[in-house]
Design a protein around this ligand. Structure first.
Ligand SMILES: Cc1cc2nc3c(=O)[nH]c(=O)nc-3n(C[C@H](O)[C@H](O)[C@H](O)COP(=O)(O)OP(=O)(O)OC[C@H]3O[C@@H](n4cnc5c(N)ncnc54)[C@H](O)[C@@H]3O)c2cc1C
Length: 453
């Protein structure tokens, strides 16, 4: 049913590399064009966060690609958050049930693994140092430039996948077409990567079984473990205002800021000043667009179609899920691309818009709410309910990170669960009775009001 089983992929990042494996498995001849040099030799220059949280949706795609075991060996489980108070206190909050975790994985390591796997297929060819300049959808051509020689050329293809990231040149070409909807929204916060190096003996300086957070109301610092004993830290802070990047210029300002808000992190970060001044301050934005395709011949997936802010750790997971869903649709429609793309584009944007919204909401949770005792109490109730009534209750966090429930369903549950939270808070001395009969009564009442017995 497929036309001639040939495809061009623009961008060999996480999504493009994975997608090439999916297509290769089905016998497609795949040409992947990547602007960067081959990072297996040149070294991985990600430019963005060196480790990422991989969760259930991502694992499923990694499994289909056939590299689950390889990635498992280098993935560090983070079963919960470790909150760092300004007084140095630590509070651990599990993300889900016992045995559930999100995993810290190296972005570069994962990307290299995916390219290596794809490269083992004789029907996949990688073309590095080739920058896409745009596409001409009417003529089925994509234009490229060899970044070493400057030579420009065009490639003809009936099936082009734009996996070229948040600033996708493929998408930019579609943006020029009539009736293409597009928006990008920057948040007022930037981020800077910092580092907690290993101890001299190579061990980690903090507990590796957690994503560490220093929530400070309007801003936060987080840290994810790496296999080499280090942690990659990210400071999320407003660009402007009293406590902001614009006011952190001198060594004194940086040290005073960290001394006030993250005192326990200072002894762990011997290269703090060097990293702070040396690393860029990057911006964060959400991209929404529609349609994601042009005449069923060009399709955007991953960040090219839906870049989101990183606060739910779902950007890559969502892009990987794009691949899983397309794979299912390839079965359903026997590789008839117009039908596959039509259904994908009819449903998937609602879910990617939902995770975009959820990611923005989760920023408030991470930087602010996690330090609130009432919120921590709610998390205990939530855990209790999901363990006692697994068929009736799943927290929004679990739906997103530990399930394949459509993101739009998880977004719809936010308001309902907030309502339940408000009702629970009215229970007398909930702090001592969070597993008591009144909790169950309120829960059942809430359920039945939603028409669920
Ligand atoms: C700070 C931060 C933290 C994050 N944390 C997480 C997390 O914990 N979990 C998670 O799931 N997601 C996370 N993300 C999101 C995740 O990084 C992205 O969703 C993911 O990288 C998207 O993959 P992609 O392949 O679509 O795009 P990219 O990874 O951006 O890859 C695009 C590829 O296209 C290539 N390219 C670009 N332009 C051209 C061109 N003109 N020609 C040819 N090739 C081109 C690029 O070189 C690159 O290789 C985070 C993002 C940020 C910024």
């Amino acid at each position: 049913m497929a036309q001639d089983k040939k495809a061009v992929i623009v961008g060999a990042g996480l999504i493009g590399a994975l997608w090439s494996v999916f297509l290769a498995k089905r016998g497609y001849t795949v040409d992947v064009y990547e602007r960067r040099a081959d990072f297996r030799q040149a070294g991985y220059v990600g430019g963005r966060s060196i480790n990422l949280a991989l969760s259930e949706r991502g694992w499923k795609a990694v499994e289909i690609a056939g590299i689950r075991e390889k990635i498992e060996r280098v993935a560090i489980p983070m079963p919960g958050r470790m909150m760092h108070g300004t007084d140095g206190s630590l509070t651990f909050q599990p993300y889900g049930h016992d045995g559930q975790a999100i995993y810290s994985v190296s972005r570069g390591g994962l990307n290299i693994e995916l390219v290596n796997i794809a490269d083992e297929y004789p029907n996949v060819s990688f073309h590095f140092n080739q920058a896409c300049l745009g596409i001409d959808p009417e003529n089925n051509t994509a234009r490229f430039q060899d970044t070493r020689t400057g030579v420009e050329y065009a490639i003809e293809s009936d099936l082009v996948f734009g996996t070229d990231g948040a600033f996708s040149p493929v998408r930019q070409s579609l943006q020029k077409l009539p009736r293409f909807n597009y928006s990008q929204q920057y948040i007022d916060y930037g981020y800077k990567e910092l580092c907690i190096p290993p101890n001299e003996d190579g061990s980690h300086r903090m507990d590796t079984g957690a994503l560490h957070i220093w929530p400070r109301g309007n801003f936060m610092l987080i840290a994810l473990p790496n296999v080499d004993g280090s942690f990659t830290c990210t400071l999320f802070l407003p660009f402007d205002g009293e406590e902001s990047f614009e006011n952190l210029n001198s060594d004194e300002q940086v040290m005073a800021f960290f001394g006030k808000y993250f005192p326990d992190a200072i002894p762990l970060m011997p290269t703090l000043l060097e990293d702070f001044h040396g690393n860029p301050t990057s911006a964060l934005h959400t991209v929404r667009c529609n349609p994601w395709h042009y005449k069923h011949k060009v399709l955007l997936i991953g960040d090219a179609a839906h870049a989101i802010v990183p606060f739910f750790g779902q950007g890559m997971n969502c892009g990987f899920e794009d691949c899983t869903i397309l794979d299912t649709l390839m079965d359903k429609y026997e590789e008839h691309w117009p039908s596959i793309i039509e259904e994908f584009n009819a449903n998937r944007p609602e879910d990617s818009n939902a995770i975009a919204d959820l990611a923005l909401l989760n920023f408030i949770e991470m930087r602010d709410k996690v330090a609130d005792p009432k919120f921590l109490l709610w998390k205990k109730v939530e855990k209790h309910l999901s363990e006692k009534f697994p068929a009736e209750f799943q927290s929004v966090y679990s739906m997103v990170s530990f399930s394949h429930v459509p993101y739009s369903q998880a977004l719809a549950a936010v308001g309902q669960q907030e309502d339940l939270f408000r009702r629970m808070l009215k229970i007398n001395d909930l702090e001592s009775n969070w597993t008591g009969p009144e909790v169950e009564r309120v829960f059942r009442e809430w359920l039945s009001e939603q028409g669920r017995p």
